[in-house]
Design a binder for this molecule. Structure first.
Ligand SMILES: O=P(O)(O)OC[C@H]1O[C@](O)(CO)[C@@H](O)[C@@H]1O
Length: 453
């Protein structure tokens, strides 16, 4: 247990200082592997940089690699975390966060890779990659993870086609079907969107993790791996918001996706968003992505636009039709993409109201917030060593700008909101249940006291 900034007693943050823990193994093994791949990618692209920028490109490649090798050495030898020096717009808040961490150690320990909160140091690594590139124009804007994200999209083509074909049939029917039928489609597409989160490149340290089989066909078999299923509450939230709109009590009708990975997962997000709009469950969708390459496969503005363009250009009738529809939504402002520096900060989301009040206020307007993936879950629950039976609401520690739902496959050893005994049963059956990506949750919280489930 530890006291937070406000003096509340909360479980301690997960950290690599617990030798043998998942955090420890990630910092010891997975993060250096990711850094090595980043260095290899930059080196492999040397000729491209030369063709584009001449000798300057080669110099930038060398210097970036030298900064990244230094970073890998700092990590592997547990050096202190350093302040950022690139002067980018978020550098000050990162440096303030470092001071906050230093304040919390009370001078007894240094803030370092293996001693500090895992969430902090892992986010910091991606920000330092950003710094290494930024300090080296002309390759400052190069996305080192782009090749992997692109590959993962193409390797999931069959699954994307199957999903678009399924959606085509659903879409034809949404106008005159019963609420029960609509609900059935919603459940399926919500689950596809959930399992899409299996496909991230960070857990596999960049190794192929794409979707190979039809996502609809696998749903039934996957059902037993959903540990918490609050989809009833999610549905009720959408339906009651729609009723309020129809009766003129409310205008917005907005669902926000806090996105996670590009590739197949993003396609599942777009398909669900398409369904929400075409069925009238939402009037508008906001997508929140990252403002620089993050956690290997996270969606940036460029990935978002690229995915829509590729879907449009596909040589498959239903896939390209979806792409065209999505482009239309973007043109008409029905869909919009947003980024904010807070999404690429190391903060727990309970800090958002104080540290990013503009973002918090923007989220308050939504009827429903869908938080995709494992990292968002870690930030929702503060990446702390909670007992599994603690309520989701408690772990959120006051965060709740609007009704929210986490759609997450478990890839880090944090999970709340389970039934008594559920965690220990899983541990005895499947010791890696929290980190293997085989289990998932659809976990809901509403700040309105009259929860609609
Ligand atoms: O893409 P996601 O689902 O946020 O997963 C991110 C990955 O990074 C981690 O947060 C840590 O490496 C894991 O928990 C997870 O493997």
């Amino acid at each position: 247990m530890a006291a937070d900034q406000t003096g509340d007693v909360v479980p301690s943050s997960l950290s690599a200082k617990v030798v043998g823990s998942f955090a420890y193994l990630t910092v010891r093994d997975r993060l250096p592997t990711i850094l090595t791949k980043v260095i290899d990618t930059i080196h492999r692209n040397k000729n491209k940089f030369f063709e584009e920028y001449g000798e300057e490109g080669i110099q930038a490649e060398k210097q970036t690699i030298s900064l990244l090798s230094k970073l890998r050495n700092e990590l592997q030898t547990d050096k202190p975390i350093l302040a950022l020096t690139d002067g980018l717009e978020d550098a000050d808040s990162w440096n303030r966060y470092l001071q906050r961490q230093q304040g919390q150690c009370g001078g007894q320990e240094v803030v370092s890779w293996f001693k500090s909160p895992w969430l902090y140091v892992e986010c910091y690594m991606y920000r330092r990659i950003r710094e290494a590139l930024w300090l080296n124009p002309p390759i400052s804007g190069y996305d080192v993870f782009n090749e992997g994200k692109t590959r993962s999209f193409f390797e999931s083509q069959q699954a994307i086609m199957a999903l678009c074909t399924y959606f085509e049939a659903v879409d034809k029917k949404t106008e005159d079907i019963s609420e029960n039928q609509l609900r059935e489609y919603f459940n399926k597409l919500l689950q596809v969107c959930l399992w899409g989160n299996k496909c991230d490149l960070s857990i596999s340290a960049g190794v192929d993790n794409s979707q190979k089989i039809s996502p609809i066909d696998s749903l039934l078999a996957l059902q037993t791996f959903i540990l918490v299923d609050d989809s009833d509450a999610v549905w009720s939230t959408l339906i009651s918001a729609r009723q309020q709109r129809q009766s003129g009590k409310r205008s917005s009708g907005r669902v926000d996706f806090v996105l996670d990975n590009a590739g197949f997962e993003l396609v599942t997000d777009l398909v669900l968003a398409d369904f929400l709009v075409s069925s009238g469950l939402a009037g508008e969708v906001h997508f929140h992505g990252k403002s620089f390459p993050w956690f290997v496969s996270d969606v940036t503005a460029e990935d978002f636009q690229w995915t829509i363009r590729q879907t449009m250009a596909a040589n498959h009738r239903w896939m390209s039709q979806r792409g065209l529809r999505w482009q239309q939504y973007v043109k008409e402002g029905v869909w919009s993409y947003h980024d904010h520096p807070f999404w690429t900060q190391p903060n727990e989301f309970c800090d958002m109201a104080a540290d990013a009040p503009d973002l918090y206020a923007a989220l308050q307007v939504a009827d429903l917030l869908l938080f995709k993936g494992d990292l968002n879950y870690r930030k929702l629950a503060g990446d702390r060593d909670w007992d599994h039976t603690v309520d989701f609401d408690t772990a959120l520690r006051g965060f709740g700008p609007a009704p929210l739902c986490s759609l997450r496959t478990l890839k880090a050893n944090i999970q709340v909101g389970l039934q008594p005994g559920q965690g220990s049963k899983l541990s005895s059956q499947d010791p890696d249940w929290m980190t293997c990506g085989k289990y998932a949750v659809i976990q809901f919280y509403s700040p309105n006291s009259d929860r609609q489930d």
